[in-house]
Design a protein. Structure first.
Length: 134
């Protein structure tokens, strides 16, 4: 994995902890902004940096975006109207002042398990859901 500047993105393994949590949505619509929330159960004094690394299908490298805390969460809003895409891939990294680095989401071995979502047309999505219930 490579960041926009060509520097390697942290790859782990990372400590598995419930203090850094993200639950990705199952569906991302192509016509609505998508909020990606990270919950970090460390004091503000312990945290040096919280970032999301993301890219779309049109990008070759991940872009690091530093996040600030809002209402007990770190949020990144992806807006497909501003950054058109067919898919988005992302993960979070948290750096603490003791030098430790945490990431989310992780696989069972502590390595980053990037979230990959195709952007879906909401009309088609709900048509398929309705048809599957019949």
């Amino acid at each position: 994995l490579w960041g926009e500047t060509g520097t390697p993105v942290p790859k782990g393994p990372f400590p598995k902890t419930m203090k850094v949590m993200h639950r990705p949505d199952d569906v991302v619509f192509d016509s609505r902004p998508y909020d990606m929330d990270l919950f970090v159960d460390h004091s503000d004094e312990e945290i040096v940096n919280v970032s999301i690394f993301f890219k779309t299908d049109a990008m070759t490298h991940f872009i690091e975006h530093h996040l600030t805390k809002t209402r007990a969460r770190y949020r990144f809003r992806f807006n497909p109207a501003i950054t058109p895409a067919e898919s988005i891939t992302y993960f979070f990294v948290v750096t603490l002042n003791d030098g430790s680095v945490h990431a989310a989401p992780l696989n069972k071995n502590g390595y980053i398990d990037v979230v990959e979502r195709k952007l879906v047309d909401p009309v088609e999505y709900f048509k398929r859901r309705l048809a599957s219930r019949r």
